[in-house]
Design a binder for this molecule. Structure first.
Ligand code: PDD
Length: 287
């Protein structure tokens, strides 16, 4: 259990960290969030996450609750208090507290809360086996590029995946094209060795891990296509994997109970995971 959480200007014991019942995040999911990985005590791609937070806030016309400088200080202070070495920091900004009324209330101050999580690195066994995913219809709204705290379809999808013994659910749009996982981006490697992931649009959350991996792929000179792929193409792919702040680069070895490629983590997927880990190990704190 972490020791402290941050709630609107105060560091509180985690068990006492509460928000008002009329916080618009609680009543309307009127807010946005970020999850930044912490590995070997270092924040991974903090700036990318903070830029995406600003973008999400702008899209919902929620003012920043504190300056970026203050936000970065709070993040560091909470990590220090909770002695997080491996895990993540979560922060959420809502439009604030106001009597319930759908339209934006006047003079509402945005609310900021922050928590940390200490986790174990993924087991060697999981990485050697890869993970299964299942497919589900994508039932989300038309602005999946905003990192909104309104996550009901994602929650239901992840639960269905868990009930099916899978690690993640890949959501499939009405046109048969895979959009992304419920909390990760989806990738395949074609028979010709091209790495494919859906282009960034309103249909997916443009993952910070995704963006970082794209630049590593380009640096390494692998062939990359940012385009949609169908579930059928994924089922026939040589390799598949997913990316996110919590899974980093995770090989996918089964889709809907069918093996991807030879049913083992692909060579390229494993290499890309290594490149991503090398990038993390080379990180200096973005002070
Ligand atoms: N999820 N797509 C969705 C729908 C996500 O929720 C996430 C992240 C990603 C990957 O984004 P990133 O690489 O920036 O983590 C893609 C976080 C980890 C979460 O909700 O816990």
């Amino acid at each position: 259990m972490p020791r402290d959480a941050y709630v609107n200007g105060r560091y509180l014991p985690h068990r006492d960290a509460v928000v008002h019942v009329e916080d618009r995040g609680y009543q309307f999911a009127d807010g946005v969030y970020e999850v930044v990985p912490i590995i070997n005590g270092k924040l991974v791609d903090e700036i990318g996450h903070l830029d995406r937070l600003d973008r999400s806030l702008d899209n919902l016309e929620i003012p920043a609750p504190v300056s970026r400088r203050a936000l970065r200080m709070i993040i560091r202070e909470l990590i220090r208090r909770n002695r997080v070495t491996h895990g993540s920091i979560y922060f959420q900004v809502t439009r604030g507290v106001s009597p319930r009324d759908h339209k934006f209330p006047a003079g509402c101050r945005p609310a900021l809360v922050m928590t940390t999580k200490q986790t174990k690195p993924h087991s060697a066994e999981m990485l050697q086996q890869g993970v299964p995913v299942v497919s589900l219809p994508d039932e989300r709204w038309a602005r999946c590029d905003i990192k909104s705290i309104s996550l009901l379809p994602n929650v239901l999808g992840k639960q269905k995946a868990a009930e099916a013994g899978a690690y993640e659910a890949w959501q499939v749009a009405r046109d048969g094209m895979v959009t992304e996982g419920t909390s990760s981006n989806a990738w395949i490697v074609t028979g010709a060795g091209k790495v494919v992931t859906r282009d960034a649009s309103n249909n997916i959350l443009n993952g910070i891990t995704r963006t970082r991996l794209i630049s590593l792929i380009q640096e390494q000179g692998y062939e990359l296509e940012e385009r949609s792929f169908s579930l059928d193409e994924a089922l026939a792919a040589r390799e598949a994997f997913l990316t996110s702040s919590s899974s980093l680069v995770m090989p996918v070895t089964q889709i809907d109970g069918q093996p991807v490629g030879n049913g083992h983590p692909g060579i390229l997927s494993s290499k890309l995971r290594d490149h991503y880990l090398d990038f993390i190990h080379g990180l200096k704190d973005e002070a």
